[in-house]
Design a binder for this molecule. Structure first.
Ligand code: GLV
Length: 385
């Protein structure tokens, strides 16, 4: 008996207990390595953080009804998104300040995107220069844009992304006001002294930003970023770039219709990872009505709550072309730089492939909504698939 207990003890102290096999393992490791305020910045959201929890919980409210005897042992998971070939329907969402997670910043993230064979979206507020990010991957980099108050400087920023080789602009549209993030308020969250937002260093625009920040981050942002966007801004943006413009931050079907009307190349269903409006509809539940409203006129990317490969499968079964992951990649780089982010993406990819096999799907097109059943105890709250 004692021997068994000893063995148990030594197993729990061994590498088996610290094996990194899922995204939660990476989050725990990341948390142990990060400054608490930086961890909170990435992990946290608005108010009671219900949207964050609900984005993830939504996937548990849909059950899978797998098919059998379909020979689906080696599914083909590669796909196409907006003209790009991807190794899997999993892309990287924009998130800010990767330098808070790892000194290599967004370059580490791009290295991971390249290793997986997918698209990375680099934020307007990146720790690395945009050109350094695009140089780190041979797969497409998209540029997430926060529209600036000054249109001429916005144009310069878009131009910088174009020159760096970015393949699309992802316009964030869900920030008419900054969400009330209580963790950041309590921590008086600020960038560390000397941290530079290299993506915003524009030649000849030193008066806009010269790499120093003498005011709190929130003031810096509210002085420079344009919050009162309208659909007219989308049209304006389309007029100043030849790159396709994706609209990110849509959950209402009428806004998805408006995005298509405004010439968006794609819609990214997102509630900003629960960082803006608390109790916002989980993105997975927003997906069916958006698919119904715009069909396959443009690609639909689902952002928010993806932690498992089965989540990817459910989003695709409900009509998403691909999913986007944000926090998991941050946990990956914080835990182990580019290698950690690569592992995180590989884990989600491998789980997705496994889920396809187990659902009897040989290819992405075989992932259909007949594989899903809403959890009947909650059905009354959910839209129809
Ligand atoms: C930036 O986009 C943030 O949500 O902090």
């Amino acid at each position: 008996m004692e021997r068994i207990e000893e063995k148990r003890q030594s197993a729990s102290n061994s590498s088996a207990a610290t094996m990194m096999i899922n995204i939660a393992d990476y989050e725990a490791k990341a948390r142990s390595k990060m400054l608490p305020a930086a961890y909170d910045y990435f992990a946290g959201g608005a108010l009671d953080e219900r949207t964050i929890a609900n984005n993830q919980a939504a996937f548990g409210d849909i059950h899978l009804v797998p098919r059998v005897l379909r020979g689906a042992s080696t599914p083909k998971i590669s796909t196409r998104l907006a003209g790009h070939s991807l190794a899997a329907p999993i892309i990287i969402s924009p998130t800010a300040f990767h330098g808070l997670a790892h000194p290599d910043g967004e370059v580490a993230t791009a290295t991971a995107a390249n290793a997986l064979g997918t698209i990375m979206t680099v934020s307007t507020t990146a720790s690395s220069a945009i050109a350094d990010v695009t140089s780190a991957t041979s797969y497409p980099v998209w540029f997430q844009l926060y529209m600036l108050k000054d249109r001429a400087i916005t144009r310069d920023l878009v131009r910088e992304a174009e020159v760096a080789g970015c393949k699309a602009i992802v316009l964030t549209v869900d920030v008419p006001a900054w969400g009330r993030r209580e963790r950041d308020m309590r921590n008086e969250f600020a960038l560390p002294k000397g941290a530079v937002i290299k993506s915003l260093l524009l030649k000849g625009r030193e008066d806009f930003y010269d790499g120093t920040m003498n005011v709190p981050l929130s003031q810096f942002i509210s002085e420079r970023f344009k919050f009162d966007l309208t659909w007219e801004d989308v049209v304006w943006l389309r007029g100043v770039t030849k790159l396709p413009v994706f609209v990110k931050g849509v959950v209402h079907p009428l806004d998805a219709v408006e995005a298509v009307k405004s010439g968006a190349a794609g819609v990214i269903i997102s509630n900003h990872g629960g960082r803006q409006l608390d109790t916002c509809i989980p993105t997975l539940f927003a997906l069916p009505s958006i698919v119904q409203a715009i069909g396959d006129r443009v690609p639909i990317v689902l952002d928010g709550g993806i932690r498992r490969g089965v989540d990817v499968l459910k989003a695709i079964a409900l009509g998403a072309t691909a999913v986007a992951v944000g926090r998991p990649v941050i946990w990956g780089i914080a835990a182990d730089g580019a290698r950690g982010a690569t592992r995180v993406l590989e884990i989600i990819r491998d789980e997705f492939r496994n889920a396809m096999s187990l659902c009897g799907c040989n290819s992405i097109t075989e992932i259909t909504s007949d594989l899903l059943r809403w959890n009947t105890t909650k059905r009354v709250l959910l839209p129809r698939a």
